[in-house]
Design a protein around this ligand. Structure first.
Ligand code: CU
Length: 132
């Protein structure tokens, strides 16, 4: 008789334990969260140059978020072009000192170039963007 009662109590304890495990599952997922920070920041500097000759960014779900800033006193724009010199997306205007913009690049891993297309600027405002 007493062994039957003991078996029933064990079954109830086991059931409660499984319910608690199930309740704990699935927490901590961050899928779909948009990163607050840009993957790469590119700054236009005095002297018709970007602030680096090469940049590297890691894509998230196939996209890279690029933030462009104009730290110079001249008007610029920022374009990302592929090896065929074609824009991968619409460029951004960095019309004056302090202006900025964000680009979302949907690109395959590889090498791209960051250029300013204002006449006379692309010779020196020409950096490499490597997407991993
Ligand atoms: Cu420029």
């Amino acid at each position: 008789m007493s062994s039957t009662v003991s078996t029933r109590i064990s079954a109830v304890v086991l059931g409660v334990s499984l319910a608690m495990l199930a309740a704990c599952g699935g927490s901590g997922s961050t899928a779909g969260t948009v990163p607050a920070d840009a993957d790469v920041t590119v700054r236009a500097k005095e002297g018709l140059v970007w602030d680096a000759k090469s940049y590297t960014a890691t894509s998230h779900d196939g996209t890279v978020i690029l933030y462009g800033v104009n730290d110079s006193g001249l008007a610029h724009n920022l374009h990302i072009v592929d090896k065929d010199d074609k824009d991968v997306t619409t460029g951004i205007d960095l019309a004056g000192s302090g202006s900025s913009g964000t680009m979302t690049l949907t690109v395959a891993p590889g090498e791209y170039r960051i250029v300013c297309k204002i006449p006379g600027h692309s010779g020196t405002m020409n950096a490499t963007l490597t997407v991993n």
